[in-house]
Write a protein that binds this ligand. Structure first.
Ligand SMILES: NC(=O)c1ccc[n+]([C@@H]2O[C@H](COP(=O)([O-])OP(=O)(O)OC[C@H]3O[C@@H](n4cnc5c(N)ncnc54)[C@H](O)[C@@H]3O)[C@@H](O)[C@H]2O)c1
Length: 369
C-alpha cells in the first residue's frame, strides 16, 4: 500500500530487529531474509542488529525494555522491525506493555498506519467482493486514549471491587493524527476520509475529536470528509468496504477496526502496520500477536511481516524495493505458495525462501507483476 513519508531517503539504513515471542520469532527472520534479498540487486546497504527483548529475557533477567534502549534506538537506528510480544508464562503481559507500548509512547510514534488491502480475490470472506473493493488505510492514534495506563483498582477481589481506566485525549494528540490522515489522503490523491468516534456516548473525550475534526477539515475542502460513529463504521466496512479510502480514529477503535479490516483482506497473517513519527525512528510490525498455540510448528504466515517490511522500505525512501516485495507477495498468493492459514501447505521458512529467491535475482524480480 501506498506511501508512508520517509525517514531519510538516504543510501543506507540501520535497522533494529526485535523478533519477540512466539511466532514473532519465527516470521521476523523470514522478513529479514527477504529484505536482504530484495536489497541485493540494487546493492542497498541495510544493516540489521538483533535484540532479544521478550518473555525469555524477562523471565531470565527480569529485564523488559533495558535502560537507555529508547535513546539508543532513537539516535542510532533508522527503523525498528518488530515481531510480536505475548507469552502465556507472563500472564500480566508486563514485558509487552513495557517494550511495545513503551516504544510507541517514548518514541512518540503517534501514527499507527494499518493498510487493509485485498491482494487476491479468493482471500476475502465477503461475497462478490474483489481486489478493487478493499483498499483502504486505517490511521489509529497511537500514543493516547485508553492505552496510557491511567487508572486503578479499588477494593480488589471483594464484592465491592471497582476498576477505572481513563481515556486520555489531548487536543495536540487528536489534531496531529487527524491532520496526518488528511495530509496522507491529499498526498496520495485519495478523495474520501472518514473520522470515527463514539461522541454520542462519550461526549467529553470524543467531543474533543468532533471539535478538532470540524476545525481541521476546513483546511482540506478538496477531500470528501465525513464522520461515522464507530459501530456504524464497523458495520459499513463489512457491508461495503469500497466506500472507504482513509479512516482515522482513536487508539482503541483503531486497534479493533484494523483486525476487522485484516479479516476482510485475508486474515491476521497478512496484515502489516507501521508505528510512525514522521522523520524519526519508527517501528514496523505485523498486526498479529505471538499466537502461542501455533508457535514452534513452523506454520505461521510470514507475509504480514514481509508486507510490514515493504512499509518500512517505503518509509526509508526505497520505493522500488518496497514495490518488488509487494509484487512477490502477490505472486506467492497467485501461485498458492502460502501457509495453512491461507489454505496452503508451505512452512513459514519455505514461503520466506520462495520470496527471497524471486526478489533476490534481478531477472526474476523483473518478471514480478
Ligand atoms: N503487537 C503485538 O505484539 C501483539 C498484538 C496482538 C496480540 N498480542 C499478544 O499475542 C498473544 C496472542 O494473542 P491473540 O491470540 O489474541 O492474537 P494473535 O494475533 O496472536 O492470534 C489471533 C489468531 O490469528 C492467528 N494468527 C495470527 N497471526 C498469524 C500468522 N502470522 N499466521 C497464521 N495464523 C496467525 C492465530 O493463530 C490466532 O488464531 C497475547 O499474548 C497477546 O497479548 C501481541
Amino acid at each position: 500500500m501506498p506511501g508512508i513519508p520517509m525517514r531519510n531517503g538516504g543510501p543506507k539504513a540501520r535497522i533494529a530487529v526485535i523478533p519477540g515471542d512466539g511466532i514473532g520469532a519465527e516470521v521476523t527472520p523470514q522478513a529479514v531474509k527477504v529484505l536482504k534479498a530484495v536489497c541485493a540487486p540494487t546493492q542497498r546497504p541495510l544493516e540489521f542488529v538483533e535484540f532479544d527483548w521478550g518473555a525469555d529475557k524477562y523471565l531470565r533477567e527480569g529485564v523488559t525494555l533495558p535502560p537507555g534502549a529508547v535513546e539508543m534506538l532513537r539516535d542510532e537506528y533508522d527503523a525498528i522491525l518488530f515481531g510480536a510480544l505475548g507469552d502465556p508464562r507472563v500472564p500480566s503481559n508486563q514485558h509487552a506493555a513495557d517494550i511495545l507500548l513503551g516504544l510507541r509512547f517514548k518514541l512518540d510514534l503517534y501514527v499507527n498506519a494499518r493498510p487493509v488491502e485485498l491482494l487476491h480475490d479468493r482471500l476475502t470472506p465477503l461475497r462478490d467482493r474483489t481486489e478493487k473493493d478493499i483498499r483502504l488505510i486505517v490511521f489509529r492514534e497511537n500514543t493516547e486514549g485508553l492505552y496510557v495506563g491511567v487508572g486503578g483498582v479499588f477494593k480488589q477481589d471483594t464484592p465491592d471491587e471497582i476498576a477505572v481506566q481513563e481515556d486520555v485525549n489531548s487536543r495536540k494528540g487528536v489534531e496531529r493524527i487527524v491532520r496526518y490522515a488528511f495530509e496522507y489522503a491529499r498526498r496520495k490523491g485519495l478523495k474520501r476520509l472518514c473520522m470515527s468516534d463514539k461522541s454520542n456516548a462519550m461526549p467529553f473525550a470524543h467531543g474533543l475529536w468532533q471539535r478538532v475534526f470540524k476545525e481541521v477539515r476546513r483546511e482540506y475542502t478538496d477531500i470528501d470528509s465525513r464522520h461515522l460513529f464507530i459501530d456504524t463504521l464497523a458495520m459499513e466496512m463489512v457491508r461495503d468496504p469500497s466506500q472507504f479510502d482513509v479512516v482515522v480514529t482513536c487508539n482503541l477503535f483503531g486497534d479493533i477496526l484494523s483486525d476487522l479490516g485484516a479479516q476482510l483482506a485475508g486474515g491476521l497473517g497478512l496484515a502489516p502496520s507501521g508505528n510512525i513519527h514522521p522523520g524519526q525512528t519508527s517501528l514496523f510490525e505485523p498486526v498479529h500477536g505471538s499466537a502461542p498455540h501455533i508457535a514452534g510448528q513452523g506454520i505461521a504466515n510470514p507475509l504480514g511481516s514481509v508486507l510490514t517490511s515493504a512499509m518500512m522500505l517505503e518509509f526509508l525512501g526505497w520505493r522500488q524495493e518496497a514495490e518488488t516485495l509487494r509484487r512477490a507477495v502477490r505472486a506467492g498468493l497467485r501461485e498458492n505458495c502460502v501457509t495453512p492459514d491461507l489454505g496452503g501447505k508451505q512452512s513459514t521458512a519455505a514461503v520466506g525462501d520462495w520470496l527471497a529467491e524471486r526478489v533476490g535475482r534481478a531477472d526474476l524480480a523483473a518478471q514480478l507483476k
